[in-house]
Design a protein around this ligand. Sequence first.
Ligand SMILES: Cc1ncc(COP(=O)(O)O)c(C=O)c1O
Length: 459
Amino acid sequence: MDFKYLQNTPLYKAFSELGKRIFLPDGIFYWSGRAKKEAEIIGTIGSAFGYERDFVDGGGSDWLPCYLNEISEYSNMDIKDIVPYASIGGLNETREVWKNWVIKKSQYDEIKEKDLIKNLEKLITTPMITAGVTNGIFQCSSLFLNPGEFIIAPNKRWGNYDNIIKKFIGAKIKSFTFFKDQNINLESLEIAINEVAQIQDKIIIILNFPNNPTGYVPSEEEGKEIVSLLQQQQQNHKKPIVVIVDDAYEPYVYTSHSMKRSLFYDLIELEEDIIPIKLDGITKELLMYGGRIGFITLGLKSSWINNDQELEILKNEIANKLEGFTRATVSNCNHFYQALTQKLFQEKGINQILTSRMKVKDMLKQRYEKINEELAKIEDPNISIDPNSGGFFLFLNLNPDKIKATEFGDHLLRKYKVGVIPIEKLDEQINGIRIAYCSIDLPKIPELIKRIKLALNDF
Ligand SMILES: Cc1ncc(COP(=O)(O)O)c(C=O)c1O
């Protein structure tokens, strides 16, 4: 594959060696595509097909992928939506459905902001399907990071970032201190960017709002400050800034002062070479954790190309790179859940999905309010709660001179039968417990906080 247009973009300049090297060769796909159009007898694809009557008692005369008759007892979805391989980048219809969903989530007004919608539609790639958001994080980290190179992330982050970036890829994380006085610590982010800019020709950042483990979502004001800091930094350093936006918990925002949509949308509007990559998925967003379907959507810049035709070629070149990753790792993703997602959107429609999900969101919002209300009643100089207004968790900091988080977690579990996740990374200034209130029924929350209070008292 020739990467004629991609090669001249700042995106390509930010790629790792692997990112530059990987591609999806024509091979089987070239020949099977041609065979579909040109052949009378097709023997290209490695999956068994037959007339249904020849492999199922009472089967019909359709030429189908062979399947075990017993599986049809467990689902009334068409067998063609269950057993065949999905295409490497994902089912085209599902990708299109999700692209429309990404556009819808911009919350642009369909009448008043038509031009912004058009621009967004033009500049985003068609989402590439991954095996969950995790696989998207893995693919993007691999695409940009060579072993030894830095990615910037807040010190409080999902622990799996460290597994992927440090242990798997052998790259490094430049942490910035997430909060100062209950606000995002932009000074610390700025320092991290300046440090990385001294040693790398690219700046790669991963951000996740609502955040795991803290539940933090920037306020509208903070969102604007993050964007203008990135703009300033790009202008100063003149190096591409790639922002991986982990939107795993995107819809779960509980207060009106928080940002109402993903940072992705503000970043795509910028002219600077600040390249946003949106990672989202059905996992939390559609409450199908085990479905393992995620999406990678890149935001491109119109300054990279001269016309729409070049833009289309560029998008195909990027798609080929990502398909190369998928092919080399998981080959392709779960067909059943891709088909299910597509049907949900096409047959039930967005409004019905949102109405059903609102029940869950309202339930979580009540728990969010209750747990914060109860925690606020504890007067203890050895604890503090990180700012939180969304997601599934909150984070209670413990004074490391008095209380070690893992010992406290153990004490809480043994004596008070309360399970939480202690996180003790003193070199990153983290010592506290993550409480997943998403999985605690509302009436149990006062009791939970009572026990935490007792545990603090007698620790
Ligand atoms: C911040 C964050 N990103 C990504 C994921 C992973 O999502 P998935 O299950 O779709 O791989 C999680 C799951 O816990 C998460 O907390």
